[in-house]
Design a binder for this molecule. Sequence first.
Ligand SMILES: Cc1cc2nc3c(=O)[nH]c(=O)nc-3n(C[C@H](O)[C@H](O)[C@H](O)COP(=O)(O)O)c2cc1C
Length: 165
Amino acid sequence: MNNSSGKILIAYFSHSGNTEALAKQIQGAVGGDLFKITTVHTYPSVYNETTDLAKRELESGFRPELSSEVPEMDSYGVIILGYPNWWGTMPTALFSFLQKYDFSGKTILPFCTHEGSRLGRSVSDLTKIVSGRATVGEGLAVRGSAVNSAGDEVQRWLKSAGLIQ
Ligand SMILES: Cc1cc2nc3c(=O)[nH]c(=O)nc-3n(C[C@H](O)[C@H](O)[C@H](O)COP(=O)(O)O)c2cc1C
């Protein structure tokens, strides 16, 4: 994989800040544009209320309306896509995001933060949505509480993806 065919976009969803911190670290290592995926409806600040709502959304196939839009998606060749593991997969906002844009010919490199389930089934769910259009690279999973000491892991991952020397 290389980044010669278009710019790099680091798009991420983050509810409590871990994935956002990791996204910023990745941007520091590889460059590219940072983009926060946000939803029109907001999630509660109380943890259990968010887990309950997220579970209902996932089980019902809800696709939240997004409140942020990527300017010039066509100009990006590599999308580094970040999210927290929610109930073993991506938050429903990521399903909306992946269904909203045309990822034909692009490479998607997933990363997630989690509290034990690592990438779960997120990469398989993601691949199903973009199948036959985008190439999905190897994912990176970092424990939410360890994002600030993940520098070496991030470097190794970006190197093996061919995005840095
Ligand atoms: C709704 C919800 C569901 C979650 N489900 C899981 C899970 O299934 N497995 C897991 O390891 N962590 C789970 N977590 C923990 C988050 O993945 C973890 O705290 C993550 O780092 C949060 O990222 P953020 O700060 O960017 O929102 C869940 C958290 C929330 C709020």
